[in-house]
Design a protein around this ligand. Structure first.
Ligand code: F6P
Length: 345
């Protein structure tokens, strides 16, 4: 009898989700003759009535490799342990899978989704297999997640565009980027786009250091600047800024230098939408194929991960242990400083 497996996407979307789904369909269904059921809107598809499920076959994969978002839909408010009706539906998930004859679930998501998957396995014996996704690149268990470099490309492209207008007007442009509590998008995007100042959540900023950088540039005949601000960057001694990190920098600069011509751009969800770049398509495909192999080997309870260039399976319990942030003593931060980027602290 064919193996019957479920697949879902959870948490915020990221470029490359569809490429993982495609790889699982092509490898699992196309080669291994699985039955594959897509569960819509994370775990909601198994909990809501009527259930939202769809059979995935190679024919449904047309154009998926390059398509952004997720054809299965997603939500970050679908925790089965604390569902939106206020009840715990975790046991229902296991029961429905059994009733449908689904052996286990391939769960594509970030740290929140992985924690739910790990708990479903531990407390309810549900077979789960994780595939890590987030544009923030903050999952400690894998060297990289797909979606990250596509988001960095977006930041880089925005900075290239903002560079020419900032230069033409002798302006200072503050660009707020995503990343949650980690500064990877800001650091990589800022270096790639030639930012003059990059402010990270890991390093509280000091307005005097930022001003000194702007002044140094003016002295060099460069009276314009690009400042990249991670969405959780905060001033020294200040609180985490919860959604107004860029504005805090703008306000501080305006107070200190009323003459400065300053503008702000918040890139927001532009960083999450659209097609995955080539690297993310390849990584997503590798993750999808590796997930199928782990299921074939019966290694439920693992998450696929990129480690030192290889794809490996990491126990989920280990995978959810800790998130990663930028290493301030690391080579990339030193590289940024070496090319004159001011990090504000
Ligand atoms: O984790 C991905 C991410 O895009 C973060 O960078 C950002 O803080 C958050 O999700 C935004 O979430 P939402 O789409 O729910 O506003």
């Amino acid at each position: 009898m064919s193996r019957h497996v479920g697949i879902l996407t959870g948490g915020g979307d990221a470029p490359g989700l569809n490429a993982v789904i495609r790889a699982v369909v092509k490898s699992g269904v196309g080669q291994k003759r699985w039955l594959l059921t897509g569960v819509e809107d994370a775990f909601d598809g198994l909990i809501a009535r009527p259930m939202r499920l769809k059979r995935l076959v190679p024919r449904s994969c047309g154009g998926l490799l390059q398509r952004g978002g997720t054809i299965l839909g997603t939500t970050n408010r679908g925790d089965p342990f604390a569902w939106k009706d206020g009840r715990d539906h975790a046991a229902d998930v296991g029961r429905e899978l059994e009733r449908l004859g689904i052996e286990g679930l391939i769960v594509i998501g970030g740290d929140g989704t992985m924690r739910i998957a790990e708990r479903l396995m531990r407390e309810h014996g549900v077979n789960v297999l994780g595939v890590p996704k987030t544009i923030d690149n903050d999952l400690g268990a894998t060297d990289q997640t797909f979606g990250f470099l596509s988001a960095v490309d977006c930041v880089c492209d925005a900075l290239d565009r903002l560079h020419t207008t900032a230069e033409s007007h002798d302006r200072c442009i503050v660009v707020e980027v995503m990343g949650r509590d980690a500064g990877f998008i800001a650091l990589h995007g800022g270096i790639a786009g030639g930012a003059d100042v990059i402010l990270l959540p890991e390093l509280p900023w000091n307005i005097d250091r930022i001003r000194a950088k702007l002044e140094q540039r003016r002295q060099l005949g460069r009276p314009f600047s690009l400042i990249v601000v991670a969405e959780s960057a905060r001033p020294e001694g200040g609180e985490s800024s919860a959604g107004n990190a860029g504005q805090l920098v703008v306000d501080a600069l305006r107070r200190a230098e009323p003459e400065l011509d300053i503008r702000m751009t918040v890139l927001g969800h532009l960083q999450r939408g659209g097609s995955p770049n080539a690297f993310d398509r390849v990584l997503a495909t590798r993750f999808g194929v590796a997930a199928v192999e782990l299921v074939q080997e019966g290694r439920w309870g693992h998450m696929v991960a990129l480690r030192n260039g290889n794809i490996v399976g990491v126990p989920l319990a280990e995978a959810v242990r800790q998130n990663r942030t930028v290493d301030l003593g690391g080579e990339l931060v030193a590289t940024a400083r070496a090319v004159g980027v001011e990090l504000g602290g």
